[in-house]
Ligand binder design. Structure first.
Ligand code: 13P
Length: 333
């Protein structure tokens, strides 16, 4: 695929007033989510839940793309239509999580490295045939005491860059996700420092591997104090730190930055997204790629019952609309 097509997909994923629905929970993660509503994690329940989300009437007005898990990309609606086609009808671009989760980084207690490069070229080819047009790889960086180490940051950055290069080679837009976890007692300033270091390592690696910055998106966490930090701060302070950090670390050639929600409540994530937009001008589109912050209200309304489909869809649409409005809040507009 010519690079210009990659660029176009990347730009379409951050079209004005739109963001991404992350619905790519792995089997253990969706099991954890279903536990909160006491639903058994059967394949049929996972399929029915995802069908409920993807067939929400009007979702395409606020959602540009949806990230799926391997199983979901191959599943069908009740009337036999593959989910990528169901999404396509709504004008939503299908994407796929391609990493295989994390494992302990040897010799670095408390740190993790993401798995999934082996056999990735073949999987990417198949995902494209199945209708995916973009991919996601999540690296996890924890803050605690002296952690993270530079070794952990650089090892994860290298794998993100190799994933991105392989995706672009396969004609798929990579979403590069270096998630700084919000668990811990660290301050906002410490999170900013770690985010700065991480962004520098990620973009060094992307450029070293000849990644095309115009044909990718970055998916970072917002810069936040740890959830157990005694000094919590205002949305405006979070927005200022986040925008400052991104301006320092993300080249203007990148078309868009889509935040993960990372465990923030849905109203918090939306309020902070809006605050980041109010904090000043930015060279890239700034939007969302929320999982929990978009899905929690929908999951709670659904409860595994088909008679709750309408309520679940109304909850999802409401969240999508609010986040879509948050990313319309641009300075000077
Ligand atoms: P959350 O918004 O729930 O953090 O999920 C986004 C995501 O895709 C994590 O990999």
């Amino acid at each position: 695929m010519p690079p210009v097509s990659l660029d176009l997909i990347a730009r379409n994923l951050v079209a004005p007033g739109k963001g991404i629905l992350a619905a790519d929970e792995s089997l253990p993660t969706i099991e954890k989510r279903f536990k909160t509503i006491a639903i058994p994690p059967t394949e049929e329940n996972r399929r029915a839940y995802r069908e409920t989300l993807f067939t929400t009437p009007g979702l395409g007005e606020f959602i540009s793309g949806a990230i799926l898990f391997d199983e979901t990309l191959r599943q069908k609606s009740g009337d036999g239509i593959l989910f990528p086609a169901i999404l396509g009808r709504q004008g939503i671009i299908p994407g796929i999580k391609v990493d295989l989760g994390t494992t302990a980084l040897a010799n670095f207690p408390g740190e993790k490295i993401t798995l999934g490069l082996d056999g990735l070229r073949e999987r990417l080819h198949e995902y494209r045939e199945l209708g995916a047009r973009f991919t996601k790889w999540r690296a996890v960086i924890a803050i605690a005491g002296d952690l993270p180490t530079l070794t952990c940051i650089k090892a994860n950055a290298l794998k993100l860059a190799m994933f991105a290069a392989r995706s672009q080679e396969a004609g798929l837009v990579p979403i590069v996700e270096p998630e700084i976890l919000m668990d811990g007692t660290h301050t906002l300033a410490r999170c900013e420092e770690v985010t700065n270091l991480t962004l520098r390592a990620v973009f060094d690696a992307l450029l070293a591997h000849r990644g095309r910055l115009e044909g990718m998106l970055l998916k970072p966490a917002m810069v936040l104090p740890g959830t157990a930090c005694p000094h919590q701060v205002s949305d405006e302070e979070i927005a200022t730190a986040t925008l400052r950090c991104l301006r320092r670390g993300v080249p203007a050639a990148v078309p868009g930055i889509v935040f993960l929600s990372g465990g923030q409540s849905p109203p918090q994530a939306t309020a902070r997204l809006a605050a980041i937009h109010r904090a000043g001008e930015a060279p890239w589109a700034l939007s969302f790629s929320f999982g929990r912050a978009l899905q929690e209200p929908a999951l709670a309304a659904w409860r595994g019952k088909s008679e709750n489909t309408g309520a679940a869809q109304a909850a999802l649409l409401d969240g999508a609309r609010k986040n879509g409005a948050a990313v319309r809040t641009r300075v000077g507009t």
